[in-house]
Design a protein around this ligand. Structure first.
Ligand code: GFP
Ligand code: GFP
Length: 841
């Protein structure tokens, strides 16, 4: 129901509308007001937490005025909107980002200082919003920033987990998981108790024929859970556009608790229903690229997808358009297969609730959806058991079977003699139990499928989705290489570098058009510029060294080469190869004469990242890194020449300290396994070089920055299969340097060797699936080249400047514009041009 104020009374609204502060004085007034009224504290009782809360509320108020106007503007403009469905949004902190995006950080800095606080300390109070695992969730967050900054009418839809990704503690070298309860105080969300959707589970389907003989299906019974919307404003950079991220929280439908049970004295079970309902949005599943098929996860997926689609359809219906126009108003992007049930849900809404014919509905569905794939690892591809789905979502399973039937019939018509093709591409896998293959459902239900870097998009076409290319033709499959937002990953994380770049490229325009970085090429040999550039890098390393000291107690030399690998721990990302390389370096140093040692560039090897709680091998890698560090860091022979650091609880806000401080970062996945990678882009953008394999976006980074500016090594994706085959069926001789490393581990140099048996065994005895031994020699050799290159600081700095100058392509703005053009067909809505009746502006 629309509840707008009639025209005669609007004058009062316009007069009293909130505007948010602009001046320092107004900011301070808002902070004091929030401390004294919202928080009920005073100048005699205001610590940094309170100051953070008040400053955030002041900014929130400011964002929300623009948020309101943006929503209003988009509603009046009545154009096409994009909906980005992602089970993960790894947002990190919001205050610093909000201050920078609205351009009021200096105002806040001076204001806070006037009130007795340092802005850095206030920013540091914020708890990360860690609603994601790694790359996939952070990509979604970068996309939201670009969508708003480019003025696209776009919403994110996700889940409001009570617990984000677990906090990692390192105890005696082992990872220990601690719950991340982040919602104690979150000024960045608005509960919308007026936006509540009933979500149905279980029950059964009754079918009958209506008066005109049409088949009707009614899904009835089962249980209802309520989805409550929480809105998070997403400010664009240097634009008033403030988009919405809508997160759903689950709540029992039956009110607080069952009064009957309560009155009869059964208090505990009276709250059980409520707790069961709330469990749906309680936790983010820690993922390790292995699908575990947990029922609660499927419940989460449907809960989120059904609430989001209800909202999208409701919004569309307000426009009173014909259903055929739905895809002209709505583009929905499926971030991985997690939201694939949306395809089925929309079909269900259209045929069961809105009475459309199957074909008409299906045309609308396929025109609406696009699907992004993020992995070719077979163990990561989602499948749900048919019995599980039958029980939880009986009507959806019927629709899936029907979609599959029509799809297979069409395949059969096109390829009449290929029986095996049918079973290969069937959405239902004929296993025991039968499984629903979500990626296939997503492909069949979308008009475009994209990978996230060129190599990856080629690989999906030639491997996992090969048959679908044959069926649908190559045009359905496309590439959109990932990108990162330069606002957070340069301007926010590395303010001094951003300032220096601005001074040479004509202001902050490069933050909106990253290709302007090209201008820096002029300064590659400019002495003065290089000096400043190097000073900034050094200062960033000092900052990280301080962080290392306070968190680990280890002193590292900021003049040493900082070699960093931070990302989720996984065998395919090959942190094990890195730590084996570190052990090799350690052994080499130990064998050197003091004279030889003097010639070596000191190095700090820094690791960070979480292992999925059930992924034993990944946890073993963390354990080995810590044990190696414990031995190396106190070895007097080694001193500053080598330090090994594991940084606890890697997250977005820590990345903002780590990324600007690298000399070299490692992106060393087995070729063909890392779809894109995005931290590779962040490190280069911040003036670090990378050592990497020919994998994911490393390849495009090389193309952009030039092969002289990157340390590439290792086997190529096209050779991986043959090598694996040879390991299993031929003789598998290990690299001799790696053998020495293993001998050292087995001697017990790094603690009880049995703890690492699985790690070495995977390579020695179990086929070395990730080709660690095959790539080890070239890895070690390339690390030696890094040492050599680093000695020539002058040239090194020029390389880093040249690289930054050529990184424009990797802005998530470029990436979002590509999606908008080639997949969504949606236009930006510029705030300036819009004037609509009744608009409060
Ligand atoms: C509703 C209202 C709009 C308003 C937004 C945000 O939009 O007028 O701008 O909420 O408050 F109708 P929908 O969610 O229905 O699009
Ligand atoms: C996944 C892929 C990465 C890719 C991101 C974003 O990341 O290669 O860069 O998605 O597309 F593996 P993870 O969530 O697995 O880190």
């Amino acid at each position: 129901v629309e509840a707008s104020i009639p025209e005669p009374q609007r004058a009062a609204w316009k007069k009293f509308q909130a505007n948010g502060f602009i001046s320092q004085e107004d900011f301070e007034r808002e902070v004091v007001r929030h401390v004294e009224t919202t928080l009920a504290r005073s100048m005699f009782n205001c610590d940094e937490t309170a100051a953070y809360a008040a400053a955030s509320l002041a900014f929130r108020d400011r964002l929300i005025t623009e948020w309101n106007r943006t929503q209003q503007r988009q509603t009046f403009a009545d154009g096409k909107r994009v909906y980005y469905l992602s089970l993960e949004f790894l947002m990190g902190r919001a205050l610093d980002n909000a201050m920078l995006n609205v351009g009021l950080k200096d105002v806040a800095k001076n204001g806070l200082s006037d009130l007795g606080f340092r802005i850095e300390d206030i920013i540091d109070q914020e708890h990360d919003a860690a609603l994601g695992n790694g790359g996939l969730g952070r990509l979604a967050a970068c996309f939201l920033d670009s969508l708003a900054s480019l003025n696209y009418p776009a919403w994110g839809y996700g889940l409001r987990y009570r617990y984000g990704i677990f906090k990692q503690e390192i105890v005696d070298g082992y990872q220990v998981e601690v719950p991340d309860y982040w919602l104690d105080f979150n000024p960045w969300e608005f509960p919308r108790h007026d936006v509540v959707v009933d979500i149905q589970f279980y029950g059964n389907v009754r079918k009958y024929q209506d008066e005109v003989g049409k088949q009707i299906a009614v899904w009835e019974g089962g249980e209802i859970v309520k989805a409550v919307a929480y809105d998070v404003p997403i400010p664009g950079f240097d634009t008033p556009t403030t988009n919405n991220l809508r997160l759903w929280s689950s709540k029992a439908a039956s009110g607080e608790f069952d009064f009957q049970k309560f009155n009869s004295g059964d208090y505990e079970s009276s709250v059980a229903d409520q707790q069961r309902a709330e469990t749906i949005s309680a936790v983010l599943y820690p993922n390790d690229n292995l699908e575990r098929g947990k029922e609660l996860r499927l419940k989460q997926q449907y809960f989120w997808v059904a609430a989001s689609l209800y909202d999208i359809v409701r919004r569309f219906k307000k426009t009173k358009r014909a259903w055929a126009e739905f895809p002209e108003q709505v583009a929905i992007q499926l971030n991985d297969t997690h939201p694939t049930l949306a395809v089925v849900e929309l079909q269900r809404i259209l045929i069961d609730l809105e009475g459309l014919e199957w074909d008409e509905a299906w045309t609308i569905v396929t025109k609406t959806f696009g699907y992004t794939n993020h992995t070719v690892l077979p163990e990561a591809l989602e499948k749900w058991s048919v019995p599980l789905m039958q029980n939880l979502l009986p009507r959806h399973l019927q629709i899936i079977y029907e979609v599959n039937l029509y799809f297979l019939q069409s395949v059969e018509r096109k390829f009449p003699k290929e029986r095996e093709l049918l079973s290969r591409v069937s959405i239902i896998e004929e296993s025991q139990p039968k499984m629903v293959r979500m990626a296939y459902l997503a492909i069949v239900g979308s008009h475009k499928v994209n990978g996230v870097a060129e190599l990856h998009s080629d690989l999906i076409k030639t491997t996992i989705f090969k048959d679908f290319v044959k069926i649908f033709g190559p045009d359905k499959f496309t590439n959109v290489t990932n990108g990162i937002t330069p606002r957070r990953w340069l301007h926010q994380a590395n303010p001094r570098l951003s300032e220096l770049i601005a001074s040479k490229t004509g202001g902050i325009g490069f933050l909106k058009d990253l290709n302007l970085l090209n201008e820096l090429e002029k300064y590659v040999d400019d002495k003065e510029f290089k000096k400043e550039w190097a000073e900034i890098k050094y200062a960033n390393k000092v900052r990280l060294a301080k962080h290392i000291k306070t968190t680990t107690g280890v002193t590292v030399n900021p003049a040493a080469l900082f070699d960093i690998q931070v990302k989720r721990i996984h065998e395919y990302k090959r942190q094990q190869m890195n730590i084996f390389g570190v052990i090799h370096r350690y052994l080499t140093i130990k064998a050197m004469t003091p004279e030889e040692r003097k010639k070596l560039a000191p190095r700090v090897s820094i690791f960070g990242g979480k292992a999925a709680p059930g992924y034993w091998m990944a946890k073993t890698i963390i354990h080995l890194i810590n044990n190696v560090g414990a031995v190396v860091n106190k070895d007097k022979d080694v001193g500053d020449l080598l330090k090994v650091i594991f940084l606890e609880d890697y997250n977005v806000s820590k990345a903002e300290i780590i990324v600007p401080a690298s000399d070299v970062s490692e992106h060393i996945s087995t070729a063909g396994t890392e779809a894109s990678g995005t931290s590779n882009m962040k490190f280069v953008l911040n003036g670090g070089l990378i050592i990497g394999t020919c994998d994911g976006a490393n390849i495009e980074i090389t193309r952009e920055i030039g092969e002289n500016n990157i340390f590439l090594f290792g086997n190529l994706a096209e050779d991986v299969e043959d090598l694996r085959h040879a390991h299993t069926y031929g003789s598998h001789t290990l690299d001799p340097d790696l053998v020495k490393v293993f001998e050292e581990i087995k001697k017990g140099t790094f603690g009880d060797a049995t703890a690492f048996g699985a790690l070495t065994g995977a390579i020695e005895d179990h086929g070395d699936y990730y080709l660690v031994s095959d790539d080890f020699h070239s890895y070690i050799q390339t690390q030696a080249l890094v040492d050599e290159a680093y000695k020539n600081q002058d040239e090194w700095i020029s390389k880093t400047i040249m690289s930054v100058a050529r990184m424009g392509f990797f802005s998530s703005d470029r990436c979002i514009n590509e999606y908008a053009e080639s997949i969504w067909n949606v236009e930006p809505l510029s705030p300036k041009k819009e004037t609509a009746p009744g608009l409060l502006m």
